[in-house]
Design a protein. Structure first.
Length: 289
């Protein structure tokens, strides 16, 4: 691996200044569980790594019953999976964070890093999309918020411009009788990349679905929001027919590829199966809230 300059700013202003000064030749560095491997393999190249773990705004995890969740981009996954607040209010996102690598990796990896890596198969990105999360980005020209479903633009590429930094992820507070869930299919029992991942959130009004969002991972060039799949259950009882319709719509939303880990046909089938399962899980949780 070639020589790389390393800097560890302690304020957001310092980080943005460094990133702006070096432009395309600098990359933010958080846990390093993706970028270090990519640099060694020659998949990515940079001259400057800007370590953002010491910046307070990126290490914040706070929840307000009205404003929702503020999740700093550098908060390690282990902190999420061990949080009673996260398990109670965002169980699906918590499940997704817990699936990233081993416990050792989870002490380094973050949801923000998982999102910025831009992988179509990221576990936490579909979970965030299902929750209607927004990414707060700060750069030389100020700050902006981007819906998570629009954050990844192609494999390994995001909307971040040179000098910009993902600061935090903003997730709305759950409405009454709401919950979420996340499931993935992998060839092995653990520590593998999703062949298909599905996140879902829904709100119940009595025995009917009042609102829903369904997101799919590893079935297209980017994680996607399956709006038609959610539309198939809104205003209806979540019975077998509604679940079947949602699964079918989720399968139709896929545009997967054949590779060594699964065929396109298999991925479409699994997307339907997991969609039915995550909706059932989220509904059972929502009934208790």
């Amino acid at each position: 691996m070639h020589a790389i300059d390393y800097e560890a700013p302690t304020t957001l202003e310092q980080a943005v200044s460094i990133l702006k000064a070096h432009g395309e030749n600098a990359r933010p560095f958080c846990g390093g569980t993706d970028i270090i491997i990519q640099l060694r393999a020659g998949v990515r190249r940079t001259e400057h790594l800007v370590d953002v773990k010491k910046i307070k705004e990126l290490q914040t995890l706070s929840f307000d019953a009205k404003k929702g969740l503020r999740l700093g981009a550098a908060v390690p996954c282990i902190e999420i999976s061990e949080s009673d607040v996260m398990r109670r209010h965002y169980p699906g996102l918590t499940e997704a964070a817990h699936l990233i690598g081993s416990l050792q990796i989870q002490n380094r990896a973050s949801v923000g890093g998982n999102l910025c890596n831009g992988s179509p198969a990221a576990d936490t990105t579909p979970a965030l999309i299902a929750l209607g999360a927004r990414a707060r980005v700060v750069g030389p020209n100020g700050e902006r918020e981007v819906p998570v479903e629009a954050f990844v633009v192609s494999p390994g590429r995001t909307v971040l411009k040179p000098g910009e930094l993902l600061v935090e992820i903003l997730v709305p507070a759950p409405a009454p009788h709401s919950s979420d869930a996340y499931l993935r299919f992998i060839p092995r029992n653990e520590m593998d990349i999703a062949v298909v991942g599905v996140g879902a959130s829904l709100t119940l009004d009595g025995d009917k679905v009042k609102a829903a969002r369904i997101a799919l991972g590893a079935v297209a060039a980017t994680p996607i929001l399956a709006a038609k799949a959610a539309g198939a259950i809104i205003g209806k009882q979540l019975d077998d027919a509604a679940l079947e319709a949602a699964g079918h719509a989720a399968s139709d939303a896929c545009s997967p590829i054949d590779d060594m880990r699964g065929t396109a046909e298999f991925r479409r089938h699994i997307a339907a199966v997991l969609t039915r399962r995550v909706l059932a899980i989220a509904a059972e949780r929502a009934k208790k809230n």
